[in-house]
Design a protein around this ligand. Structure first.
Ligand code: OAD
Ligand code: ZN
Length: 244
């Protein structure tokens, strides 16, 4: 059993508005490797920039499409873990609860979280790589790198690639939620990728309590008022219990 600092629990119980940022660590116990884990299997010989960037897609749309097809298949097989389910239940305990995720696996929504701010997109969505703006659900017509029916350009997965900007509306929502909360949680992220990694600082600068839940210290640990190390799938259900 984890013993949470009593002061922390009482501050959390008084909170009106809570914002949570999650990273790949939250999906690790669902069997989805994190980014800083080495790429597994076939993709181990590539570095992520060779697979998740506009240049890589231009050079070899088929390779990039296949990489994401594998990641999507893995995400489809994955089931939310107790950490996802606890966050979905936690949203009902506060007047305002915002869940921001860097993850593209869709597991928070599958666990019942109602409005997830997906900073880096979603593996289950595709979009046209051209200018027609088509966005849709994954097509798997067996063709490697299928083409857009509207304009003929290649289709691509709707996730943010290295060197690309984040979806403006999502980033705006994430910043607002970080600047207007009493407690900010950073869960399962190494805190190295911007701008997600700055959201906690934004919250802290506005007087929020900053809590880190992670397997190990991260690049943002020094900012946290409370640090709880371990697996989020173990910690979050116990934190939920302590709040009920
Ligand atoms: P990382 O792989 O960088 O960090 C995952 C963090 O989760 C690490 O600090 C681990 O220690 C921790 N962790 C692992 N297992 C855990 C568990 N069971 N419970 C709690 N923590 C655990 O992944 P992210 O921080 O999410 O960006 O990476 C951020 C971004 O970097 C990704 O969204 C991606 C990548 O570039 C884009 O795709 C744009
Ligand atoms: Zn198109």
């Amino acid at each position: 059993m984890i013993t949470f600092p009593s002061e922390f629990i009482s501050r959390l119980k008084k909170a009106k508005s809570v914002t949570v940022l999650t990273g790949a660590g939250v999906s690790k116990e669902s069997g989805i490797p994190t980014f800083r884990d080495a790429q597994s299997g076939l993709w181990a010989k590539y570095n992520p920039e060779e697979l998740a960037s506009p240049d890589a897609f231009r050079r070899n749309p088929r390779l990039v499409w296949d990489f994401y097809k594998d990641r999507r298949t893995a995400a489809e097989k994955a089931i939310p873990n107790p950490g996802h389910f606890s966050l979905a239940k936690m949203e009902k305990l506060f007047e305002t609860f915002s869940l921001i995720t860097q993850n593209v696996d869709g597991l928070h929504a599958s666990a019942g979280s109602s409005s997830v701010i997906e900073l880096h997109g979603n593996l289950h969505r595709i979009k046209c790589s051209g200018r027609c703006g088509m966005v849709g659900h994954w097509v798997d017509d067996g063709l490697a790198a299928p083409r857009c029916q509207k304009c003929g350009a290649f289709l691509r997965v709707d996730v943010v690639w290295f060197g690309e900007s984040l979806p403006e509306a999502e980033l705006e929502k994430a910043m607002l939620a970080s600047q207007n909360c009493d407690v900010f949680f950073s869960i399962g992220t190494s805190g190295v990728v911007q701008p997600a990694a700055s959201l906690g600082l934004m919250a802290r600068d506005r007087g929020a309590v900053f809590v880190e839940i992670n397997y190990e210290p991260s690049a943002i640990s020094r900012l946290a008022d409370y640090k709880i190390y371990g697996q989020s799938g173990t910690i979050l259900p116990q934190l939920l219990q302590a709040l009920l």
